[in-house]
Design a protein around this ligand. Structure first.
Ligand SMILES: NC(=O)c1ccc[n+]([C@@H]2O[C@H](COP(=O)([O-])OP(=O)(O)OC[C@H]3O[C@@H](n4cnc5c(N)ncnc54)[C@H](OP(=O)(O)O)[C@@H]3O)[C@@H](O)[C@H]2O)c1
Length: 382
């Protein structure tokens, strides 16, 4: 029986993680849940008989939690859940910077961390990976592309990687004329062609910021130089990613566009557990098409890769600015094209620290958020 904590249990990844738990009740047990929407959280706590939940700092505890569930609402509650002695594994399914401190705490406590919250690794890849190494924690990917790379790399020597190839569907706007991108509504951008996901990652997919973040994530997870990580467009999202090896052999991982597969793999590894619903009929796959991304359509992709290559606090500034810009777009206050515009300006003004500690990273993130808001206001985007 694996005992797991899920941070962000009410979101898209969190709900699907609980779906996997529901399928394997004799192998998985939930010992902690964290989120802010208490109606759904208390329902989840009741269904899974969860002993510990965290509801967000300072929030009033609403009715509905089982009497034997301890509810945390003080500062540091996510870290407290992430280090529960009862937990074998922590699934970090929060979004943006929310999961950073808890991920570090879990790794410091020697836990296995299933990471969906990619911004954590983007902001603080050096700290997170060295924390895992130093304290014997383990970091396993949940993002489908990185799960695919991980599955292709089982039994392989990382030094034999010629290229990691991340596939991208191109998002909701891949076929929109470029001169119409400034008038795209949040509803249109939120209609992803192949995946159903939370709002931030869906908008990041429309701008391909998401793929840029994934390049940085792959760099840290597989210790691979940026020059050996490539992004290709693959509209149907059947191939989740590929690895080309130094001898010219290419391995790919294919599967349904269903996050329950990478979530389940992270939970079951090194085993594979049967899941009939996720079987693929390869006769129905059709042609597998790949293309170069159209860089002019996706300025966020280049911004992110460049921030990753520059390193230091650039990626934290990128994440902070992007999180704010995406919120402004979703709330109808800036156009979609305002996202790369604001993020680009924030990065241009950013004063980099090349070997940052945690405080430097948090400060860079906060300063970027502030600057992004100020820039938006200065353009009359209120
Ligand atoms: N969704 C996907 O298919 C997918 C695929 C690959 C990677 N990812 C990555 O996985 C992460 C999660 O994505 P998602 O789509 O699941 O996001 P989501 O649907 O927006 O869910 C985010 C979850 O985090 C919780 N949360 C946010 N801030 C929190 C805080 N301060 N304290 C406690 N809980 C907090 C939310 O709680 P409330 O809603 O209750 O406020 C919610 O449960 C993202 O980094 C994304 O890039 C997602």
């Amino acid at each position: 029986m694996k005992r797991i904590v899920i941070l962000g249990s009410t979101g898209s990844i969190g709900v699907q993680t609980l779906d996997v738990v529901r399928r394997f009740p004799d192998r998985l047990q939930v010992v902690g849940l964290a989120a802010r929407r208490q109606d759904l959280l208390s329902k989840q706590a009741r269904e899974f008989g969860v002993p510990y939940v965290a509801i967000g700092e300072g929030a009033n505890v609403q009715d509905g939690f089982p009497s034997n569930t301890s509810v945390f609402n003080e500062a540091g509650s996510l870290e407290r859940l992430a280090t529960l002695p009862d937990a074998d594994m922590v699934v970090v399914a929060t979004v943006g910077r929310a999961g950073l401190l808890a991920t570090l705490a879990a790794l410091k406590a020697g836990k296995r961390v299933g990471l969906a919250n990619k911004e954590v690794l983007v902001m603080a890849g050096s700290l997170v990976t060295s924390m895992a190494r130093e304290y014997g924690g383990e970091l396993v990917p949940i993002d489908s592309e990185h799960s695919a790379l991980w599955q292709c790399l089982v039994g392989e020597d990382l030094s034999a990687i010629h290229e990691l190839i991340l596939t991208a569907s191109g998002g909701a706007l891949r076929d929109r004329p470029l001169d119409e991108l400034s008038t795209v509504t949040p509803e249109e951008a939120l209609r992803h062609p192949t995946w159903r996901m939370g709002p931030k990652v869906t908008i990041d997919s429309a701008t391909l910021m998401n793929k840029g973040l994934e390049v940085i994530e792959a760099h840290w997870l597989f210790n691979c130089p940026y020059e050996r990580i490539r992004v290709v467009l693959h509209p149907t999202s059947v191939v989740h990613s590929l690895v080309q090896f130094t001898d010219g052999s290419v391995k790919a991982q294919l599967g349904r566009t269903d996050m329950r597969l990478p979530i389940q793999y992270a939970l079951s590894h090194p085993e594979r557990w049967e899941h009939q619903e996720l079987q693929v009929d390869i006769m129905k796959l059709g042609a597998l098409e790949f293309a170069e991304p159209e860089w002019a359509r996706y300025p966020c992709l280049e911004l992110a890769i460049e921030a990753g290559k520059r390193g230091g606090t650039y990626p934290a500034a990128l994440c902070g600015a992007d999180e704010v810009a995406v919120e402004l777009f979703i709330s109808g206050r800036i156009p979609l094209t305002g996202i790369p515009e604001l993020v680009g300006e924030v990065l241009q003004a950013h004063e980099n620290l090349s070997t940052p500690d945690l405080d430097d990273i948090l400060a860079a993130d906060s300063a970027a958020r502030e600057r992004c808001l100020t820039l938006a206001r200065s353009r009359g985007w209120n």
